[in-house]
Design a protein around this ligand. Structure first.
Ligand code: CU
Length: 131
């Protein structure tokens, strides 16, 4: 009887802790939009560089909407889950090499609004703001 109670208390403590942790992640994803680095445009094509290692940097990139874009994700000894990149809007999902670069093509039509990328677990994210 007692062990059951202890187990159920422990389980609810973990669940509550998890919910708080999740809730605390949301605002930090939004408020980093102030000083967003801007993507470089070379010969009508846009290049965005993001480094994946213990998260993504920069977290927010400002880009021009409606032009073909290459998202270049670099890894450098990345053995955490940020090497597992998911971009829901592009139906993109790939586990990158621990060190290297990966070019992800974004068509002019896809370069609209905010494009969000996540790690495989959804704990790290980055945003490309096409405007
Ligand atoms: Cu993760």
């Amino acid at each position: 009887m007692n062990t059951r109670l202890i187990i159920s208390l422990a389980v609810s403590a973990v669940l509550i802790g998890w919910a708080f942790w999740f809730a605390s992640l949301k605002p930090s994803a939004e408020d980093s939009g102030a000083a967003a680095p801007t993507a470089a445009i070379v010969d009508g094509k846009q290049f965005i560089d993001i480094t994946a290692k213990g998260g993504y940097s920069p977290r927010v990139v400002a880009a021009k909407a409606g032009i073909p874009t290459v998202l270049r994700v670099s890894t450098d000894g990345t053995f955490d889950c940020s090497a597992s990149v998911v971009i829901p809007k592009l139906s993109y999902q790939k586990i990158l090499q621990p060190s290297g670069t990966e070019d992800i093509e974004i068509s002019a039509e896809q370069a609209q609004g905010t494009l969000q990328g996540l790690c495989g677990m959804g704990m790290y994210n980055f945003q490309i703001k096409f405007q």
